[in-house]
Ligand binder design. Structure first.
Ligand code: PXP
Length: 244
């Protein structure tokens, strides 16, 4: 079955540019409004422990001021759970976080942390938040995501996007297999990280993937063609890949 593919626009790096100078410009909430008018289905924002881009106030404003569903990316910490429970976003994506990394490198090791993740996921699910686990395209991690009670997995597409030639084909085969496995065990499947105009179409063509979350490329491309235009073009490529 070909389902509509949702686009979640990640606005973290609008905040990165703002924070380079302090102050309020460019405003991630304004970017979220623009994303909505350009055809985004949701807004994604990652409140990192070190607040390097999105700030607490951004999450508060995104929760109060935008009509689109908010996907709150968070590390599996007590601090972040408390913030999620306070704002009750539509969704929460649990990601690994290491202070020294430049971006989210690799997926969460759900399989190795079932005992700690299960109660944490349970509290979020109980609050009505749709929880996804950001994992590598590895069936073991998907089985663990199901075991901790998450209804959704997001497959990390970074290795696929970074690879070239036969390496990229291998990574893509892993993504297809993982998307199939997610469907087989009853998990909704999302994907994201590093996607660009060049890499989005094969992933968007996987019929069982329900949502892509894309940020850095769209914000970078906005410098050249504008934020709305970059989102509209990405949306068009996704629709083309789905044969819509
Ligand atoms: N999905 C998740 C879980 C992420 O952590 C990120 C990066 O913050 C993205 C998607 C978007 O990645 P990118 O900014 O490379 O498009």
């Amino acid at each position: 079955m070909t389902r509509r593919l949702r686009l979640g626009v990640n606005i973290d790096h609008v905040a990165t540019i703002r924070n380079a100078r302090g102050g309020r410009h460019p405003d991630p909430v304004r970017a979220a409004h623009l994303a909505a008018s350009a055809g985004a289905d949701g807004i994604t924002a990652h409140l990192r422990e070190d607040r390097r881009h999105i700030a607490d106030r951004d999450i508060e404003r995104l929760s109060n001021e935008i009509a689109l569903p908010l996907n709150f990316e968070m590390a599996a910490t007590e601090e972040m759970v408390a913030i999620a429970l306070r704002h009750r976003p539509h969704a929460a994506c649990i990601v690994p976080e290491r202070r020294e990394e430049r971006t989210t490198e690799g997926g969460l090791d759900v399989a190795g942390n079932v005992a700690t993740l299960k109660p944490l996921v349970g509290r979020l699910v109980e609050a009505g938040i749709r929880v996804s686990m950001f994992v590598e395209a590895d069936p073991r991690q998907l089985d663990a995501a199901r075991a901790v009670g998450a209804p959704v997995v997001e497959l990390h597409t970074g290795a696929y996007c970074d690879a070239e030639g036969a390496g990229r084909d291998r990574e893509f085969a892993r993504i297809i297999a993982a998307a199939g496995h997610a469907e087989a065990i009853g998990l909704e499947c999302h994907a994201g990280h590093g996607l660009s105009y060049d890499t989005v179409k094969p992933v968007a063509a996987i019929a069982t993937i329900a949502e892509l979350n894309i940020g850095h490329f769209l914000v970078g491309e906005a410098i050249f063609i504008g934020f709305e235009a970059s989102i509209r073009h990405m949306r068009a490529l996704m629709d083309e890949a789905r044969g819509r």
